[in-house]
Design a protein around this ligand. Structure first.
Ligand SMILES: C[S@@+](CC[C@H](N)C(=O)[O-])C[C@H]1O[C@@H](n2cnc3c(N)ncnc32)[C@H](O)[C@@H]1O
Length: 276
C-alpha cells in the first residue's frame, strides 16, 4: 500500500490536533504500515479508501478515531527503568507516610499514559509484594490513555511470554499471573480489580480526576511540542497534591519550569510542585 503526500499531511494534522502527538516528516513508512493494518482489519481495499472514509465521517467518525489511535507509539515494559519503581518504594512512599497523620490515608497513584498497563501493574505488584503501606492505608490505582484500544488491552491484562519476561521475576509471575490462552498469561483478577482504567486525553482539564500522590507521566510528552507539553503540565499540576510527586521518563527533564521543581533522590530525579 502507498500513501500520497496530501494524505500523509492529513494524518499528521489530525493526529496532532486530537492527541498532541507529532508525527515527524520521516515517518511515512510507519504511518503507511499502521494505516495498512487499520484498512485490513476494517475490510478497506486500500489506504486511499480508508482515508476517504475518515474524511467523510465513516462509521460516524469511528474510522478517524481508529486511524488516530493506531498512530500511538505504545512501547512499554514491566518495571521500565526500574530505578523509578525503587524510588517510589524506598523514598516517595515513605515520604508520603511521614507527611501524613491520617491512619486511614488513601494513597492515589495515576499512570497517566498507561499504554497496555505495564506501568500501573508493576506499581501494584510492587506495593503488594513488598507490603509497602501501613495496614490501615488504602491505595487507589488509576490508569488512563488516549487510546481506547490500548486501554481495553490494559484492562484485560493479557501478556505474551516476551512481554512477561521483559522485567518480571519468576516470583512476581507466579504470584500475580494466571494461565490464559496458549502460553499467554493474565494478571490475576485480584490485582486487575484494584485498578480503575479510564480513557483520558491529557489535554482535557481532568477536573473529575482526584488529587494524586504519585503521577507517572513517562514517555509521552516526548511526542509533544513545547506549547502542548506546557499545557499538559499545567493540567497535570492541578491533579497533584501539594506533597505529591510527578515522575517523568528517563530521557525527559524540566528545566526552569514555572510549575514544577526537580528533587534529587538517591536513584532518580522526581518532580514536585513549586511552593507558591
Ligand atoms: C510510549 S507509551 C508510554 C507508556 C508508559 N507510560 C511507559 O513509559 O512505559 C506512550 C503512551 O501515550 C499515549 N498518549 C499519547 N498521546 C496521549 C494523550 N494526548 N493523552 C493520553 N495519552 C496519550 C499513547 O497512546 C501511548 O500509550
Amino acid at each position: 500500500m502507498y500513501i500520497e503526500t496530501a494524505d500523509f499531511d492529513y494524518i499528521r494534522e489530525i493526529v496532532h490536533q486530537e492527541s498532541g502527538v507529532i508525527i515527524r516528516e520521516d515517518m511515512a513508512y510507519f504511518v503507511e504500515s499502521r494505516l495498512a493494518s487499520v484498512a485490513r482489519l476494517n475490510a478497506f481495499n486500500s489506504i486511499n479508501d480508508l482515508i476517504i472514509s475518515a474524511k467523510n465521517g465513516g462509521y460516524q467518525n469511528e474510522i478517524k478515531r481508529l486511524i488516530i489511535e493506531s498512530m500511538m507509539i505504545f512501547e512499554s515494559s514491566f518495571f521500565r527503568d526500574k530505578h523509578y519503581f525503587e524510588t517510589v518504594r524506598e523514598e516517595l512512599i515513605p515520604s508520603i507516610i511521614s507527611h501524613s497523620d491520617n491512619n486511614n490515608y488513601e494513597l492515589n497513584i495515576w499512570s497517566a499514559a498507561c499504554s497496555r498497563g505495564q506501568e500501573i501493574y508493576s506499581t501494584a505488584f510492587m506495593i503488594d509484594y513488598f507490603n509497602v503501606l501501613p495496614s490501615t492505608w488504602k491505595v487507589n490505582y488509576m490508569a488512563s490513555d488516549f487510546s481506547g484500544e490500548l486501554l481495553k488491552k490494559a484492562k484485560e491484562g493479557v501478556f505474551n511470554q516476551f512481554e512477561i519476561n521483559r522485567g518480571l521475576s519468576g516470583k512476581l509471575i507466579e504470584k500475580y499471573f494466571i494461565a490464559h490462552d496458549g502460553s499467554d498469561l493474565q494478571v490475576n483478577p485480584s490485582i486487575r480489580s484494584r485498578i480503575k482504567f479510564v480513557k483520558f486525553n491529557l489535554f482535557e482539564n481532568g477536573a473529575s480526576i482526584p488529587q494524586m500522590d504519585i503521577i507517572f507521566l513517562r514517555n509521552v510528552m516526548i511526542y509533544f511540542n513545547d506549547k502542548d507539553k506546557n499545557k499538559v503540565l499545567e493540567n497535570v499540576s492541578k491533579r497533584l497534591k501539594p506533597n505529591g510527586f510527578l515522575i517523568l521518563g528517563s530521557t525527559e527533564s524540566l528545566v526552569n519550569n514555572i510549575l514544577f521543581e526537580p528533587v534529587h533522590f538517591q536513584k532518580a530525579i522526581i518532580y514536585k510542585l513549586k511552593s507558591k
